[in-house]
Design a protein around this ligand. Structure first.
Ligand code: BGC
Length: 775
């Protein structure tokens, strides 16, 4: 836990130079625009500890798998969205001495991330070895309107000397990943060109052969006037630089404006790349920093208009929730269905920047409620595009007849994960992907999606489940053997409740979807029956039999489902009785001890109870929560959000708030001591969920919007915004009151504390919680 970030409603601020926290700050202050992003590395040279990271969405390298004991079915590679050409670099020499904050005296230092406007800034005063002092201020953004453009304004003021400043803006494609499995470099050079104040560098990934061309342009300004001194340039393999010198007197200010363009073979033909990079650079140079920034800023304001959450009375909480929203919006913008959301987004190497079940389970709800419909639709279409690969993936494991097993980790549909207990057994991910189809259709009402994409995915997953279970002659039930649930601290268990529940639910939902398609899209349905060789009667009979006869481990005495067979044999000592020195158990205990212990890494049985709250009475939810929460160590950041939502549901408001707080400032306060690896982007979706669905008690039940809000004691009020049913709503909880403002022309109905309300277009309702609403 760290406490060095200054609390502010809209800004993330670091005061003072903290080299020991540099990797953490590089993660926290990351910027991105959905297409690319980067850690908050310094523009000038820095020889201190740092993780360089510039990432371009969709550009990956298949890093050859490294495992101790190879198992049939393991993937050959782990896809990584890799560190790519560094375009931010501007070396600075003061009277010939390199400005490097690890080597000079830093007299003051402030780093700021303005979340409202998407701007990263730094200001510092440094004293060089010969006593020359300079004040530097830098501003940087990656445009969310012109998504190929990055812009930097970097100013150096000579505080106490006269002499020479040399600036050397450069592009460096000779970069590597710290996590490279075999210490390989992933890029080769295709071309480089440098002349005048421009430079271009094209590199290509080995094996995948993605080409990336980065362009740069710069100008040097002294006291408001463009400097015309000679520009020289230099280049070597995977590197180009331009350089200009200027004489300054004490008090003079020089400014480098540097623009970059990043274009790739994902969008253009290889032979067009340099030209496209140049076009983008020309546009940026013509527009200039201020104009580019204005449109970027306006676009951010629009994003905040639909996604902001306001908390009155607690600045730390306000900063925390906005940080989560800001980072989610920086990571995924939903324009390209080939892109997705890595658990660390563009902020670090861990998890390879590629896709996990996190997207469907924790991120989708945020985009569904706060972004245009196409954004969440594209997240779903991403999986539809991978259906064939999911079928092949299942075939490799011995499944047949179009059964689909989506990968645990992927970028292009192929499995990348290589631990047997996860790759082969953590199959609940298939359930999350099926549930996402339901979630999307339930929230948006876009049932047409089922016909064009959804059914095919559901069919593949249902076929998988129907083959993955087996009939137990002993139990006279279907069972699901050898699985790993979301709680990865248990492996190879039998009858994991969550996995089996998701399987049965998928089968039921697919049957509903078939009935719907037969009525509404009969011709299309027939085409799909033929395309997928779907033997409807025979296959659905088996599904129905599984639905009717699935085995779920249960403890009747406690009135709860068990996480898996044999769970009650464990020593059920609660987490609260563990010594502090034993925590986190994943760092302190052997794996063997973890597997035998009752401690739950992340919501598991509670995960399906959260998804299907309507299928459980309040008493049942309470019984499960009371049993599992005391055994849960929440060592995955994806855990507290689910507990927070369920705690709110059963009236445990303090607990709900406590769990919410655990997620909200997870990275800002480096709660898990791992922010240096990158931010927990997907768990930020969970934070949003625990706010809106936990504190706000929002849920869409059978297409109907419902709220059961409460206000944490420490806050004066909160409000959040959602899009629903064509309307844009701002809801506010203040004291006993709950206000819904409808900022649209569409009328909307909702259920608040169980009462029906109608909110006409451009109108609002103000409701008060009364005794009958209290549990
Ligand atoms: C969690 C998984 C998650 C992965 C990536 C793991 O620690 O247990 O559920 O998919 O991290 O976020």
């Amino acid at each position: 836990m760290k406490d060095y970030i200054i609390h502010h409603n809209w800004k993330i601020i670091e005061e003072g130079f903290n080299p020991e926290y540099n990797r953490i700050s590089e993660s926290i202050f990351s910027i991105g625009n959905g297409k690319m992003g980067q850690r908050a590395n310094f523009e000038e040279n820095y020889s201190g500890d740092s993780l360089n990271g510039t990432y371009v969405a969709g550009i990956y390298y298949p890093d050859k798998t490294r495992v101790g004991w190879w198992k049939n079915g393991y993937p050959e590679y782990f896809a990584k969205i890799i560190n790519s050409t560094n375009w931010i670099g501007i070396r600075v020499k003061i009277n010939g001495e390199e400005l490097d904050l690890a080597k000079v005296k830093v007299l003051s230092f402030t780093r700021e991330l303005d979340m409202q406007n998407g701007l990263l800034s730094r200001r510092f005063v440094a004293e060089m070895k010969n006593g020359n002092q300079v004040e530097v201020s830098s501003h940087r953004f990656v445009s969310i309107t012109a998504t190929e453009i990055g812009a930097i304004r970097y100013t150096v003021k000579a505080l106490n000397y006269s002499g020479e400043i040399q600036v050397i803006p450069f592009l460096d494609g000779d970069v590597e990943n710290e996590d490279s499995n075999y210490d390989e470099k992933f890029w080769v050079e295709i071309s480089r060109a440098v002349g005048g104040n421009e430079g271009y560098l094209t590199v290509e990934t080995l094996k995948t052969q993605f080409q990336l061309c980065t362009g740069m342009w710069f100008q040097l300004i002294k006291n408001g006037e463009k400097v015309d001194s000679k520009i020289t340039n230099r280049n070597k393999e995977k590197y180009v630089e331009v350089s200009q010198k200027v004489e300054v007197s004490e008090g003079d200010e020089i400014t480098v404006e540097k623009f970059s363009s990043t274009v790739s073979s994902l969008y253009y033909k290889n032979e067009e790349l340099v030209e496209k990079a140049k076009e983008a650079i020309d546009l940026a140079a013509d527009a200039g920093f201020d104009v580019l920034f204005e449109s970027h800023k306006d676009a951010w304001l629009e994003k905040w208009e639909t996604s902001d959450i306001i908390i009155e009375g607690d600045v730390a909480a306000q900063q925390g929730i906005r940080f989560n929203i800001f980072q989610l919006n920086q990571t995924y913008s939903g324009e390209d269905e080939r892109l997705n959301i890595g658990p660390k987004g563009f902020t670090g190497e861990k998890y390879g920047g590629v896709t996990y079940w996190d997207t469907e389970a924790y991120c989708l709800p945020f985009y569904l409620s706060t972004a245009p419909q196409k954004v969440s639709r594209n997240l779903l279409v991403y999986r539809h595009k991978h259906l064939q690969k999911a079928i092949e993936n299942a075939e490799k494991l011995g499944f047949t007849n179009g059964a689909a097993l989506y990968p645990m980790v992927t970028i292009n549909g192929e499995e990348c994960h290589n631990e047997w207990e996860i790759t082969f057994e953590e199959i609940h991910r298939n359930g999350a992907i099926a549930y996402a189809v339901y979630d999307y259709v339930n929230y948006t009402g876009d049932k047409e999606y089922l016909a064009s994409y959804g059914f095919e995915v559901l069919l593949g997953i249902s076929r998988f489940w129907s083959q993955r279970v087996n009939w137990s002659a002993d139990k006279k039930k279907y069972v699901m053997l050898g699985v790993t649930g979301p709680n990865e601290y248990e492996n190879n268990v039998n009858n994991n409740f969550h996995t089996s529940y998701m399987a049965v639910w998928t089968l039921k939902y697919t049957l509903e979807v078939i009935a719907y398609l037969k009525t509404e899209f009969p011709f299309l349905y027939e085409e799909m029956v033929t395309k997928w060789k779907f033997n409807e009667i025979q296959e659905t009979e088996k599904w129905q039999d599984i639905i009717n006869n699935m085995y779920f481990p249960r403890d009747e005495k406690r009135g709860i489902y068990l996480q898996q067979d044999g769970f009650l044999d464990k020593d059920l000592t609660p987490v609260s009785e563990l010594a502090e020195s034993d925590r986190p158990i994943n760092q302190k205990w052997s794996w063997d001890r973890i597997l035998r212990a009752p401690y739950i890494k992340q919501a598991d049985t509670l995960q399906s109870i959260y998804l299907f709250q309507e299928n459980f009475s309040a008493k049942e939810i309470k019984a499960h929560f009371d049993f599992y929460e005391p055994l849960t160590v929440h060592e995955s950041s994806l855990s507290p959000c689910v507990h927070s939502i369920l705690a709110a549901k059963i009236g445990y408001q303090e607990k709900s708030y406590e769990m919410y707080l655990r997620t909200a400032r997870l990275d800002l306060d480096d709660y898990n001591n791992d922010t240096e690896d990158g931010l927990h982007i997907t768990s930020m979706g969970g934070t949003w969920m625990s706010f809106v669905m936990g504190l706000g008690g929002m849920r869409v039940v059978n297409g109907e919007l419902t709220f059961n809000p409460f206000l944490p004691d420490k806050w004066k009020s909160y409000s959040f915004r959602i899009d629903f049913g064509g309307a844009h709503l701002k809801v506010t909880k203040e004291g006993q009151y709950f206000v819904i403002e409808n900022h649209s022309d569409c009328d909307v109905n909702a259920l608040v504390w169980g009462d029906k309300v109608s909110i006409k277009g451009n109108d609002s309702v103000r409701l008060r919680k009364v005794a009958k609403h209290i549990l």
